[in-house]
Write a protein that binds this ligand. Sequence first.
Ligand code: PLP
Length: 293
Amino acid sequence: MDAGSAVMSPEIVYLNGEFIAAAAAKISVFDRGFLFGDSVYEVIPYYRGVGFRLAEHLVRLRHSLEAIRIPADLDWPALLDELVARNGGGNLSVYLQVSRGSAGRRTQVYDGSLQPTVFACCTPIRDIYASGADSVQGYRVIVTADLRWHRCDIKATGLLPNILVLQQAKEAGADEALMIRDGLLTEGGSSNLFMVKNGVLYTPKLGSEILGGTTRDLVLTLAREAGIPYQETDLTYEQLLAADEVWISSSTRAVVPVLEVDGQPIADGQKGPLWRRMFELFTHLQHRLMTGE
Ligand code: PLP
């Protein structure tokens, strides 16, 4: 095995009932996911071959499918567990996409006869528990306009606004873009937002302007259990810059400290104490669930 092959994506994917080599997987050019972004998705981490918060991801998948009225009800845990096993288990991020399918021609309206297209694949991820808090690289972020639609609670594949802001961040030398709409911060291009002020944890409240992150939910649960006060509330740019700590959260990254916003350091520009505590709570739970220790 050469050095590059260790980080290559595993080869077996799931497509419409089959586990096949990625190179052999083909869908119609008339698939509505391809033509219109008429599809939803999930990204689910597996550690040591076991899905982390799989049930919570599947609740959100059901919400997304119902919201855009795609009738797909498979045995998702069995399907995803088998995909992971066929790719050797271990630490993998599973991508699952369900599109409305293909009518064999391009037409915007649809009828109930379509067969959804179901696709899943995986990529390797690292185990953050094993690598520890010191190995986590703090983020630099930019803040930019939130140009998305008003159903951001649906995890839809139409990610053009997210792609544009993430690219904008990358070109500015940053790691993530936080978005702002009508004077209020919403979330990151691919993450939820948290800030800490005077020992209280704050995050934007749930609604149609943000995705209900499974990691966001877990962070709040851990905060509650640990007696860390928190509020789900409106947050402004000025509050963000004056925060003691800023974090982002997502399934494959857990919680990441933000050290700089638009070139300005947050507090002393170092990883904060509450982040370290949350990282520890988070990764210990993850480790316990994976190993039973
Ligand atoms: N918000 C957006 C826009 C996302 O794309 C993501 C994840 O990809 C999240 C939030 C975090 O969600 P989760 O914690 O379930 O990964």
